[in-house]
Design a protein around this ligand. Sequence first.
Ligand code: 5GP
Length: 223
Amino acid sequence: MNDEPDISRRGIMLVLSSPSGAGKTTLTRNLLEQENIDYPGKLELSISATTRPRRPSEIDAVHYHFVAKSRFESMRDHGELLEWAEVHGNYYGTPREPVEKALADGRDVLFDIDWQGTRQLIEKMRDDVVTVFVLPPTAQELKSRLVRRAEDSDTVIAERLRNAAEEFKHWNEYDYILVNRDLDKSFGRLRAILTAERLKRVKMPNLKDFVDKLLSDLKGLTP
Ligand code: 5GP
């Protein structure tokens, strides 16, 4: 149920980064599901474009826009991407238009992107961006999660483990850190971050009108 007073606000860009296997994808999915129940239509996922081959469990335009390298380069060169990066030998990028529209309409956008993309978003849109870095509890747990997922070949898993070290180094560029020992706890913390960020005064440019009306109504009620 939505019990928020009708105070319009600019949307938030909530960025989640972590090495593959830290639990970020599950957190992202759970957050979208739960938020959609509590506040329908208020949080949406930014669907990235990528040149990576589709995994069997993935659906085009749901998990990613799977595009050819030439198409990706054309989007990038025509300014259609807010940020882009090469990750694990493939290109990934954030389509600009859906994000700008969502923010202007007061909807929040969730991003599952790497540290390179996060840096670019911070440079361009610092006031809109809230960043969260997800760490696994141990290195062994990270490896087990990658192996359990088993959608990637051994070579890909080995490369992802090597890249994890590179991703880890950037933890201190983020606003919030979640050490994902327990999925439920991490999920609760992630929701707390989103809730607190939504309540920031600077996110509500029309709050003055709301308070002014409260004051004038109060005057009317004062004998
Ligand atoms: P995967 O191939 O496992 O889906 O994603 C690999 C990495 O690419 C993840 O760390 C993910 O966060 C990152 N990634 C996905 N989409 C984007 C994007 O649009 N921009 C950037 N910079 N990174 C992305």
